[in-house]
Structures are given as C-alpha cells and as structure tokens.
Design a protein around this ligand. Structure first.
Ligand code: UD1
Ligand code: UDP
Length: 360
C-alpha cells in the first residue's frame, strides 16, 4: 500500500513525528511538505531535533490569504498525487495544509485518513473549525483523540464504521521528549522552577490589533506579580512590531523555540497561558496548569476535568483570574494534581488500523 502524508506547519510536524518513521517502515510512504511554515524555527528545527527524515516533496507555498494559500497548495499537491498515485493520503489536525491535502485527495478519489478527527470548538469564526469540519466530512478513516470527538462525529452523521478512538499522537510526541527536554533556556533566562509563567498567543482572532493589545496589557499587569516567558509566534511578532505594542520588561520575549526547549520551559513553569491547541494537551501530560486564552476549546475534556481553565481574552477576566490563582496557590496545585487520561502508543494503533484498511 502506498501512503502519502501531507504536513505544513509546526504542530503538524511535531504531532506527526512519532508516526512518520512507523509509516516509513510499514508502507511505501511519501512525505509532502506544503511549506506553509518555512522559517527555520517554525519548521526545519523540528526535523533536526526530532530526527525526522527529509520530505520527498517540498512545495514552498509560504504565507498568503486563506484562499491564495489553500488554492496554491491544492494546485501543487494535485500534481504530486497524480504522479505518485497513493492509495491513502494522511492529514493531521485543522490547518490550511490539512484542508488542501484532504480536498485535493478527495477530488482525485484517493482515500483520506484524518488524524485528530472530530475535535470541535463550535466556533466557526475560527478558520481551524471550518477546516476540521470540512476535512472530517471528506475523510474515509477518522482517528479521533477522545470521547467528545467520537460524540461530535456521531452527531454529525459520519458513518460509525469509519471512525476509531485512538487518542492523540501529540501525547506520543510529548512523552518522547518528556524525560529529555532541554533546560538550557531556563539557564539562559535565569529562571527557577515554578518561578515563572509561559505565554503563547497566535490565533488569528487573538492577534487582531485591538485584541492582542488587550491580552498584552493584561500580561503587563500580571508580570508585576510573576515573570512571564513569551516565545513569540511569527504572526504575533509581525503585529507587535507593526503597531509597536508596548510590553513590560518583566515579560521575557524570545523567538519561537525548538520542541525540547519549549517542553523544558513548560514542564518547569508555574502555569501556562496560551491559545494554542497542542499546548493544552501537553500541559495535561506534564501536569502544568493551563489557562486558556480563548472563549472555547476543542480540548474540552481537560477543562471538564478541572485540569485546564478557560480564562477568555477579556482584560478584566484574565487579570482577575490570574490574581486569584496567584493569591490562592492551592487552586493551581489542585489543577496540577488532577490526572488526565493519557492514551499511549497512538501512532502504533493508527498504523495497525491502516495496515488492515481495504482501499478498494
Ligand atoms: C497556522 C494554522 C493554525 C496553527 C498554526 C500553528 C491555518 C489557518 N492556521 O497559523 O491553525 O495553529 O499555524 O502555528 O492554517 N510566518 C512566518 N514564518 C513562518 C510561518 C509564518 O514568518 O514560517 C508568519 C507570516 O507573516 C504569516 C503569518 O506568520 O503571514 C501567519 O502564518 P500562517 O501559516 O498563515 O498562519 P499561522 O498563524 O501560523
Ligand atoms: N512549540 C514549540 N516552540 C514554541 C512554541 C510552541 O516547539 O516556541 C510547540 C508546542 O510544544 C506544541 C506546538 O508547538 O507542540 C504547538 O504549536 P502551535 O501553538 O503553533 O499550534 P496549535 O497547536 O495551536 O495548532
């Protein structure tokens, strides 16, 4: 069986990193990179540090409006799929690369396997929510991470025999580095265990100028109580620089880091504030309280458990919630001590299901 895996962004590279070598071992496997992310610290750094093999095709699409980016990807992906004629195309998550890969394969009647199927934030203003729904509805094999995802697929009328509850490969990826993360960033920034918080912000809806300014103003106030390390996503960096948004000296701005550095920073922090999808799950694995800078999340099970907390994006909500948590430290400890269900060996499960999949 010939399988083509399509990826394009930082989280796809990280989350597919445990699966790629397994697909290489078991199948005639080609790896296609759309080039959606291309800066060294958003892309190649992860191939290097996670010892991933080179891609067979790099399409160099780069940045653009949603339609231009997705359309260009589809044109180039189609050429590769017509040449390589895979039996199955594997896509992961909810990015424009995921969407372009799935739609293009669907138009060529190639079977599609979607990893991280069924996740829903129920907020269609997020480009990712629309991508997820469209990809799930044209996929043939759907690998769901949790019960909520299974319930969503069922509610949307997707055929029961096409989806599998397997867990999330992000857990495999995180566990692989959980014992070998780097502490060099902590030393470099002179940080002590649980003496600081980590911040990431990059969602489209949070990086619109007024919203980003509001979030950063909240962080400026919080940083009077606790040091904040802020690895700045390149989308966010552009807005901060364009509008010259003022950031307190107690917020340590750093470039996006490698995965082992980032997991090292998270694992040793007091808490994380983020709008990232992947980081919410990683905090669950590492037992670090995660305060979600969003009104909703597709990783609801961690919020339902009380392990993660939705704190929204409103200045008052963010600052009052964090002030309360820092005053009542036991609340953070309580979140830390709740155990998240962790499904291991997800990549192996995916491979064994694909091995028995009938592509006729
Ligand atoms: C994309 C995904 C998002 C995912 C995120 C992971 C979509 C719709 N969004 O958002 O779901 O959470 O990746 O990080 O697919 N840039 C660079 N260098 C890079 C990449 C981006 O400078 O290597 C800058 C460019 O100015 C670009 C901007 O970041 O315009 C946004 O990049 P883009 O890939 O369009 O969206 P992300 O915000 O990264
Ligand atoms: N990450 C990283 N370095 C950073 C910030 C994040 O390696 O400076 C990793 C993080 O551990 C997670 C992934 O990037 O695995 C999350 O990517 P992002 O937040 O960009 O996307 P999302 O998960 O929201 O789609």
């Amino acid at each position: 069986m010939k399988i083509a895996t399509i990826l394009g962004t930082r989280p796809e590279i990280i989350k597919l990193s445990p699966l790629i070598p397994l697909l290489d071992n078991e199948f005639n496997h080609i790896l296609i990179h759309t080039g959606q992310h291309y800066s060294y610290n958003m892309d190649k750094i992860f191939f290097d540090e996670l010892s991933l093999r080179d891609c067979d095709y790099t399409l160099n699409i780069g940045s653009g409006t949603h339609a231009a980016q997705t359309g260009k990807m589809m044109i180039e992906i189609e050429k590769v799929l017509l040449k390589e004629k895979p039996d199955i195309v594997v896509v992961q998550g909810d990015t424009n690369s995921t969407l372009a890969g799935a739609i293009t394969a669907s138009k060529l009647n190639i079977k599609i396997a979607h990893i991280e199927a069924g996740c829903r934030s129920f907020d269609k203003r997020m480009p990712e929510e629309v991508n997820r729904i469209l990809v799930d509805h044209c996929s043939d094999v759907l690998f769901a991470p949790d019960d909520n995802a299974i319930n969503n697929l069922t509610a949307e009328g997707i055929q029961k025999n096409s989806f599998y509850l397997v867990g999330n490969t992000s857990i495999d990826a995180c566990l692989r580095v959980a014992d070998i993360f780097n502490l060099s960033k902590l030393k470099e920034l002179d940080l002590k265990k649980q003496d600081y918080a980590v911040l990431t912000v990059h969602r489209q809806e949070n990086t619109e100028y007024n919203k980003l300014k509001e979030i950063i103003n909240a962080m400026n106030l919080i940083s009077e109580q606790i040091k904040i390390v802020f690895p700045v996503h390149l989308r966010t960096k552009k807005i901060i620089e364009t509008y010259d948004i003022q950031i307190s000296e107690n917020i340590l701005l750093i470039d996006p880091t490698g995965y082992k550095d980032f997991i090292g920073l998270v694992a040793n922090s007091k808490f994380v504030m983020t709008d990232s999808g992947g980081i919410q799950e990683e905090c669950g694995v590492l037992d670090v309280p995660c305060l979600i800078l969003r009104e909703n999340t597709e990783w609801e099970y961690l919020v339902d458990l009380g392990k993660n907390l939705l704190i929204g994006t409103d200045y008052k909500n963010i600052t009052s919630t964090v002030k309360d948590l820092l005053t009542n430290n036991w609340k953070l400890e309580e979140m830390r001590n709740i155990k998240a269900p962790i499904k291991r060996g997800v990549s192996e499960k995916i491979v064994s299901i694909l091995k028995t999949y009938d592509t006729s």
